[in-house]
Design a protein around this ligand. Structure first.
Ligand code: DP6
Length: 320
């Protein structure tokens, strides 16, 4: 039995939309993220007489399990082996928070399953493999700030992530605004947007400049510049969903209240910038010294159900 841990990551410059590929999960745009120290997935893989998937103590037999078994097929093909396996995963996230992430799930599975089948992939190849389970998982192989290259090749061999060096330290204050599950999963949300939103072309065309700005901000350890481009990328991504047909959105009333509070904090002189993914929660980027005050301000907003301060986290690793 091999066990691996991978942390969740949050994109600062977002991945949203795929380019056509036969199941390879190739992104329409690159992205830049921060791996968190708090939330993540622990996954064990052991060779067994049939494929099975246990999540948080329960047998899973739905589409989620099919995705896991298809992923095992990829690993078996790489390893030239045919035995089945039992996958046991535990999500370390606040209960029913809608934060359980396919990023940490497929990064942990990529690492645990390759080792269980006797493969020792380097980080680049692990990132390419994890990407095929879920795009954002390519980034959770690495710790800290991470760049996932869009790549141009049809076989996906250049669409991998890599860690970025920076002297910037930062915190992400994760503000949970509901306790339910999200309504439109990211895979479906981005597919519907790419095929129906007239704003999607503008998203793809303007994205490379955002990535360059974010990388320059990291190189200069310039938090305000990074925060500004992160908010821009976030609101632009959500604008593509509003213009889809039919349009949809991930905002809840409390989401808007938190976004307003971030603007107010900034107007009062606190460096705070907001991002959201395919769900109603808000993550606030800030300097380490400001995190406690921002968390306290967020907790005081009516409707907020939980607040966690996250620091940069480490790369995926084998734990047993
Ligand atoms: C909004 O990685 O969950 O969080 O590749 O279809 O599994 P699939 O999608 P996924 O999408 C993440 C979208 C996002 C932005 C991001 O993390 O970059």
């Amino acid at each position: 039995m091999t066990t691996a841990w991978a942390h969740t990551n949050i994109a600062l410059v977002k991945y949203w939309g795929k380019r056509p590929s036969a199941g390879l999960n190739l992104p329409a745009v690159g992205s830049l993220s921060l791996t968190l120290d708090r939330f993540g997935t622990e996954t064990s893989v052991e060779i067994a007489d049939h494929d099975a998937f246990l999540l948080d103590g329960h047998d899973v037999e739905n589409n989620e399990a099919q995705k896991v078994f298809l992923f095992l097929d990829r690993v078996r093909a790489l390893a030239g082996r045919t035995e089945k396996a039992r996958v046991t995963s535990t999500n370390h996230v606040p209960t029913a928070a809608g934060l359980a992430s396919s990023a940490s799930a497929f990064a942990a599975l990529a690492l645990a399953a390759t080792r269980a089948y006797g493969l020792h992939l380097d980080d680049k190849d692990l990132s390419i493999l994890a990407r095929q389970g879920s795009g954002s998982a390519a980034r959770s192989i690495f710790g800290g700030f991470v760049l996932w290259h869009r790549g141009t090749r049809d076989d996906g061999s250049d669409s991998c992530a890599e860690p970025l060096t920076t002297s910037l330290d930062a915190r992400l204050v994760v503000v949970r605004t509901t306790s339910g599950k999200k309504e439109t999963a990211s895979t479906q949300g981005m597919e519907h947007t790419a095929s129906t939103s007239p704003f999607f072309t503008a998203w793809v065309d303007t994205h490379p400049q955002d990535l360059r700005d974010a990388q320059a901000a990291l190189a200069a350890a310039d938090l305000p510049r990074l925060g500004e481009v992160m908010e821009h990328s976030t609101l632009k991504m959500h604008a593509t969903t509003l213009a889809a047909r039919p349009g949809f959105f991930y905002f809840q009333p409390t989401t808007i209240a938190v976004l307003q509070a971030v603007k107010t904090l900034r107007a009062q002189g606190t460096g705070a910038w907001a991002t959201m993914d395919a769900g109603p929660h808000v993550k606030i980027l800030c300097a380490p010294d400001d995190a406690a005050a921002i968390a306290a301000a967020a907790k005081a907003i009516p409707g907020v159900v939980g607040v966690d301060v996250c620091a940069p986290g480490s790369a995926a690793r084998i734990t047993a």
